[in-house]
Design a protein around this ligand. Structure first.
Ligand code: AMP
Ligand code: GLY
Length: 443
């Protein structure tokens, strides 16, 4: 089966790897930046911006592609799946309408309200600055302020993390409305949820979901969870599919929320096909929905796909044909720790063009996996762009040994201008998270 993966980041490298591990996957790729890992795996590739829908569709037609998987959200919003389907090409990713679950945060919140889905937060969207102010006052300024549309994961500001008090909240509210950040002169205000955050990804065929292992991402740039929000600096998952602060019941509760969201999309006439991503906050009042994404997470794809034993292309086929209920999913009982290598200055002003020496054999010898992101391949090294460079994933029986293996692998990555959050997956940070959750629970 000819499978086209759209996107050239580390998440897409992990998707391509899963396609190539399938017994029936012949890989093609469209990517804007030439990912050195993906390039060597493909039968053929097109270097093109992923949102140039007509070029991607033409390429898929020319190559007689059987199935397309879209990595990032922007092409989904541009209607790439709708266009592929119009041309008789299947996609294991949602249509523009179903992807609104990610691309329109107000619509997502309204969907939860309309269908009475558990895990809701007090929230409202405003175009009027004074009405927004009143709502924020009522919540004692303990709020999250969000642009409505896509901002590359960098538009959300949370009280206590990025601003303090009503005045600072209002500054950002005005900025979002006046500068139309996120594509409209509107802002979404949500009650701030307090607790530990986690990600649950699942495969969906429009009515059935098959959930994967829970993952915890690290959005903040600096060790100890300081600094600006980033696209994600790394993530971990555990062999039992849970997290050190998350019980089986809580995992099931979040899977049930995702299931209900998928059912509500079907009722709205936009069945959701493909991987779906739930970001949840575990609070003293139970699980709250923070956001839903219409794709795999980056970095979270790199925690779940390497431990997937079931044939990935067969699962994609079952999602497209809406036969997922007949499938079982097998995941290796392994823990994973993923750490991103980013250019020095990333999140503020990246050093571009810096040299990174990557000893692929050395990394493989530790049992870790290497996924390239946004780098340019030179002769015997890669060079940085302004985005994340590459990710290393340690995989082992326990979280601590996965973290250890990941660090061993990182010794095979050298550069004078790179930055890594070495604290991700360490027992010190994980214990801090458990303690925090115990405090939240009052125990
Ligand atoms: P998003 O881009 O929607 O993922 O938001 C970025 C980050 O902001 C999330 O990962 C959370 O850490 C935080 N966040 C978003 N919404 C809320 C909320 N209502 N309460 C607390 N934190 C939030
Ligand atoms: N890890 C956050 C995201 O993929 O949106």
């Amino acid at each position: 089966m000819k499978v086209l993966v759209v996107g050239g980041g580390a998440r897409e490298h992990a998707i391509c790897d899963a396609v190539c591990r399938s017994k029936n996957g012949e890989l093609y790729s469209v990517m804007k930046n030439l990912n050195p890992g993906i390039k060597t795996m493909t039968v053929d590739y097109l270097q093109e911006k992923e949102t140039n829908v007509s070029q991607v569709v033409e390429y898929a037609k020319k190559q007689n592609i059987d199935m397309v998987i879209i990595g990032p959200e922007a092409p989904l919003e541009a209607g790439i799946v709708n266009e592929l389907n119009k041309n008789g090409i299947s996609a294991c990713s949602p249509t523009k309408e179903a992807a609104r679950i990610e691309t329109d945060k107000e619509w997502m919140r309204n969907l939860l309200k309309k269908h009475g889905i558990p895990g809701q937060l007090r929230c409202e969207a405003f175009t009027d600055i004074n009405k927004a102010k009143k709502f924020i006052e009522d919540l004692n300024a303990e709020v999250a302020i969000k642009p409505i549309g896509l901002t590359g994961g960098k538009g959300v500001r949370v009280s206590g993390d990025h601003f303090n008090g009503l005045d600072e909240a209002m500054e950002y509210v005005k900025e979002v409305i006046n500068k139309e950040i996120g594509g409209s002169a509107k802002v979404l205000i949500e009650e701030k949820a307090v607790g530990e955050e986690f990600t649950l990804q699942a495969f969906s065929d429009g009515s059935t979901i098959l959930p994967l292992h829970a993952v915890q991402d690290h959005k903040r740039l600096l060790p100890g969870d300081y600094g600006p929000n980033t696209g994600g600096m790394g993530s971990y998952s555990c062999d039992d599919g849970l997290l050190p602060f998350l019980t089986r019941d809580e995992y099931e509760e979040s899977a049930a929320i995702l299931q209900k969201i998928i059912e509500s999309l079907d009722k709205e006439g936009c069945p959701y096909i493909g991987p779906v991503y739930g970001q949840f906050m575990l609070t003293v009042d139970g699980i709250k929905v923070i956001e839903i994404n219409a794709r795999f997470g980056d970095p979270e794809a790199m925690n779940v796909l390497p431990v997937l034993e079931t044939d990935f292309v067969e699962l994609c086929d079952a999602m497209i044909n809406r036969t997922l209920s007949s499938k079982k999913i097998q995941l290796k009982k392994k823990s994973t720790v993923c750490k991103y290598v980013v250019p020095e200055g990333y999140g503020v002003k990246s050093i571009v063009g810096a040299k990174i020496l990557v000893d692929e054999e050395g990394i493989n010898s530790t049992g870790s996996r290497l996924f390239y992101a946004s780098v340019n391949k030179e002769n015997n090294y890669v060079s940085t762009t302004s985005s994340r460079s590459l990710a290393v994933v340690g995989i082992s029986d326990s979280l601590s040994s996965a973290e250890n293996i990941c660090e061993q692998a990182l010794n095979h990555v050298e550069g004078d201008h790179i930055f890594i959050r070495h604290d991700i997956g360490t027992s010190e940070l994980v214990e801090k998270r458990v303690k925090h959750m115990n405090n939240v629970r009052g125990i």
